[in-house]
Design a protein around this ligand. Structure first.
Ligand SMILES: [Zn+2]
Ligand SMILES: [Zn+2]
Length: 138
């Protein structure tokens, strides 16, 4: 689905800035700090206040997930637009990067099989060392 359609389905006007931020998060495949998003979009694209406003809005509408990885800045990644079906994350304890894991890693059906539960939110968070830090430390 195209960024414009995703925004429209979330009830948001697909403005140029919103489309740019959504595309940037979709391309990343990991959670980005606002600074990383600004760097990726280029210095003249939008100011910090506009970006924060868009990220808040995305989070409110379930388009983006906000993470507190113990740093000063929050990190954001693309949400699924659904409540229960999220995706897991891998956090590198050396460089701080936060990778989004494929949704099948969080297999809610397998986790709750045989249990009479209605899950509304699930999260998997793995801590460890990412491939580039492993290489650097070898
Ligand atoms: Zn790392
Ligand atoms: Zn994510």
């Amino acid at each position: 689905m195209d960024a414009r359609d995703i925004l429209r389905r979330a009830g948001l006007e697909p403005t140029t800035h919103r489309v740019q931020v959504l595309d940037c998060l979709a391309r990343a495949g990991r959670a980005l700090t606002p600074q990383e998003i600004l760097d990726a979009l280029g210095p003249d694209c939008m100011n910090r206040v506009t970006l924060y406003r868009i990220l808040d809005l995305f989070q409110e509408r379930g388009l983006a997930l906000r993470h507190n990885a113990g740093e000063r800045a929050f990190r954001y990644c693309l949400g699924q637009g659904r409540t229960a079906q999220g995706h897991g994350h891998f956090h590198c304890t050396r460089c701080g990067r936060l990778d989004c894991l494929p949704p099948q890693i969080l297999d809610l059906e397998a986790l709750t099989r045989g249990l009479d539960l209605h899950v509304e939110h699930a999260e998997i968070h793995l801590d460890g060392v990412c491939p580039s830090c492993l290489k650097a430390g070898a």
